[in-house]
Design a protein around this ligand. Structure first.
Ligand code: RP5
Length: 203
């Protein structure tokens, strides 16, 4: 069984290894519980839509942009959160996406403080988590999306990276263009086929 100490050792070993940047994850996706995974999967989907690959083995990193995923609880594993955030820069991470639920969703904001100046995109997993994710005091910034909008968090993480990479900026534009065409397509179908053809079956 993997222990908290095992994971802290892993993060510290990776930080000390000084891997070349193309072998380290670009984006870290962390969440307070595996029960957050269904909501946080949107970040995975956005990053995958943009051509990122999930890095699951530090010894065998994929090529191109990568992201990694971990469960890190601010309240139940504070030392793990500290190690993850404290080693993030040395492990090559450029952006962290952090999601948590409940009324005291402290993982995003504490990670933002510990990993500063690495940008953290906070995802309130539930509506009631919004105030605790966005409520950072002056001097302790966090970027945040609306409750459950982890897909937007994936896009935002890529936007940070794209400021330095025109190719990634083009991929973001292409994704936006595809979304626009989807709206145009459904609009034309609604108009030409009529309301009854598109509405959900009524009980
Ligand atoms: C938060 O408490 C987690 O982010 C999760 O949203 C919530 C419930 O956690 P579990 O009881 O499912 O572990 O810390």
């Amino acid at each position: 069984m993997t222990t908290v100490s095992d994971l802290i050792d892993l993060f510290e070993t990776e930080a000390a290894a000084d891997h070349p940047p193309d072998e380290t994850p670009d984006v870290g996706v962390i969440m307070g519980s595996d029960s957050d995974l269904d909501v946080m999967a949107g970040a995975h989907d956005a990053l995958t839509d943009l051509g990122f690959t999930e890095l699951t083995d530090y010894d065998d990193p994929p090529t191109g942009y990568t992201f990694e995923s971990w469960v890190v609880s601010a309240h139940r594993t504070p030392t793990l959160m500290d190690a993850y955030a404290r080693t993030a820069a040395a492990r090559g991470l450029d952006v962290i996406i952090a999601g948590a639920g409940g009324k005291s969703a402290d993982l995003p904001n504490m990670t933002a403080s510990l990993a500063y100046p690495i940008p953290v995109v906070g995802v309130p997993v539930q509506e009631k988590s919004v105030p605790s994710v966005i409520g950072m005091p002056t001097g302790a910034p966090i970027t945040a999306v609306d409750a459950g909008k982890s897909y937007n968090a994936g896009l935002a993480a890529a936007q940070f990276l794209a400021t330095d990479d025109p190719t990634l900026a083009d991929r973001l534009r292409d994704l936006q263009a595809a979304r626009q065409e989807g709206v145009a397509d459904v609009s034309a179908r609604l108009h030409s086929q009529g309301t009854d053809s598109l509405r959900s079956p009524q009980n």
